[in-house]
Design a protein. Structure first.
Length: 460
């Protein structure tokens, strides 16, 4: 692995010392963070009593559980929060809260009567259990509301548009989201996924189609005072379900301090031009397209390299593809590595390539831009909301051949223009600080709640 000289060592060390999770994980921000240019909430702002449904919600986690935790943390900066969550979370939440108190949050664990622990022992049935849990949680929430008199109800996780949240039946303003899952890979890409991936996509399409006939999903969408969606594709699905006002709002954010630490990584100016992909190795992540694009770039730049960080069921297929393209010596599969190592590797790369074909949000993109690396993604789903023409490249996705050709062309353009890479890197740092820290998310939610309360008062 090439190094970038001594001038980047101190900055890299500061970033590495922060690292205890993978680049795709979500971490908690400090509740005292305030992003530059954003005013702190007015002391006169009324603290609301908010009831949150977060089926999965644990600290220092990725995916749904991490999204739930971070949204709760940020809402609790301004309001008093009661969270209904599945009992499975208790073994992780309680020990953490004992050491890191959450004074504005009350954690309320609920399991279906007689089925406590069912989720742990029957993971294949977890969607069925979750669906049934919504009915029990509503009856439980209704009793709580009679006692507590909440101002707003907000469903956060699970964040999928095809599953209902019956908190929408409470007689108070209801926020649904962020919800995703409406993102779809163009059908012309299905064959490029391999047989298993192709079958997966067809079954996924069938599952989402079922939601249009689910009366409880339609009830959730139609009764929501505000629907927060993670992409325009999901907004279209929400409208079809009866939502009148879906707002496209990226769920991706990183702690402000992370954006500052990552911003200390200097550009990679020594050694070969190197691109990197970070994430789970799954067919829909599109890494097979990036490999084929890199093969074209490699013919023009024989010293170029491609590092792939992460693991998953598609790894054997990707390794076989790299071998068939004659790239064994130029493509490095690092597997799953600690965050500290990820940051070390990122410091030695020039461009982040993330050609995901359906994704609600990619934390890799936010962290890559925060580190000053241009990002290449497809103009699809959540990632497309995170990349601007100033910070990277969004490639249209019409056919696999077209995507491979466009990715290769953009890689060559960036390889030939270190000044352009530097400009995009600086713009990426600024974009993350302004739009993709948890502080900016909390400010938007604060404004949203205030609007809903005013609308509700006017309606009464």
């Amino acid at each position: 692995m090439g190094r970038n000289g001594g001038h980047n060592t101190a900055a890299r060390r500061r970033c590495i010392q922060q690292g205890k999770r993978s680049m795709t994980d979500i971490t908690m921000p400090s509740v005292n963070e305030v992003a530059p240019g954003l005013a702190a909430p007015s002391p006169s702002t009324k603290r609301l009593k908010v009831l949150i449904s977060a089926y999965l919600c644990t600290p220092n986690s990725g995916s749904e559980a991490g999204i739930g935790w971070n949204w709760v943390e940020q809402i609790a900066r301004h309001h008093d929060v009661h969270v209904i969550l599945n009992g499975w979370n208790q073994s992780r939440v309680d020990p953490y809260v004992q050491e890191h108190p959450t004074p504005n949050v009350k954690w309320i664990y609920y399991d279906l009567p007689g089925l406590k622990g069912y989720w742990d022992h029957h993971r294949k049935m977890r969607r069925v259990y979750y669906y049934a849990w919504q009915f029990g949680a509503y009856l439980f929430a209704r009793r709580l509301h009679k006692k507590e008199r909440y101002d707003i109800a907000h469903h956060i996780t699970l964040g999928t548009f095809w599953m209902p949240s019956l908190l929408s039946l409470l007689p108070i303003p209801f926020v649904w989201g962020p919800v995703g899952g409406g993102e779809t890979a163009p059908r012309r890409f299905y064959k490029s996924f391999g047989r298993k991936g192709h079958i997966f996509e067809i079954l996924r399409d069938i599952g989402r189609w079922r939601s249009y006939w689910d009366p409880f999903v339609r009830l959730t969408a139609s009764r929501a005072d505000k629907v927060i969606v993670t992409s325009e594709q999901t907004a279209q699905k929400a409208r079809r379900l009866g939502a009148s006002n879906p707002e496209v709002f990226s769920q991706v954010a990183i702690p402000l301090q992370d954006s500052i630490d990552l911003g200390q990584l200097a550009p990679h100016n020594g050694g070969p031009f190197r691109l990197v992909s970070i994430g789970r190795l799954l067919h829909w992540k599109g890494f097979h397209l990036a490999l084929e694009a890199f093969a074209r770039l490699h013919k023009e730049l024989p010293d170029s390299e491609y590092w792939i960080i992460g693991d998953g069921r598609d790894r054997p297929r990707l390794e076989s593809l790299a071998a068939s393209l004659g790239l064994q010596e130029k493509v490095k599969f690092w597997g799953q590595v600690p965050r500290a190592k990820v940051l070390e590797l990122l410091a030695d790369c020039d461009v982040v390539i993330h050609p995901s074909l359906h994704e609600s949000g990619g934390w890799v993109i936010a962290e890559g831009q925060a580190a000053g690396r241009p990002v290449i993604c497809l103009d699809l789903g959540g990632p497309a909301l995170q990349v601007s023409p100033e910070t990277g490249v969004k490639v249209p996705a019409h056919t696999p051949d077209q995507v491979v050709a466009d990715l290769a062309r953009e890689l060559k353009r960036l390889a030939d223009n270190p000044d352009l890479r530097a400009q995009m890197g600086e713009a990426g740092k600024q974009l993350v600080r302004e739009d993709f820290t948890w502080d900016t998310k909390s400010q938007r939610v604060l404004t949203l709640y205030q609007q809903l309360i005013k609308q509700n008062a006017a309606a009464k």
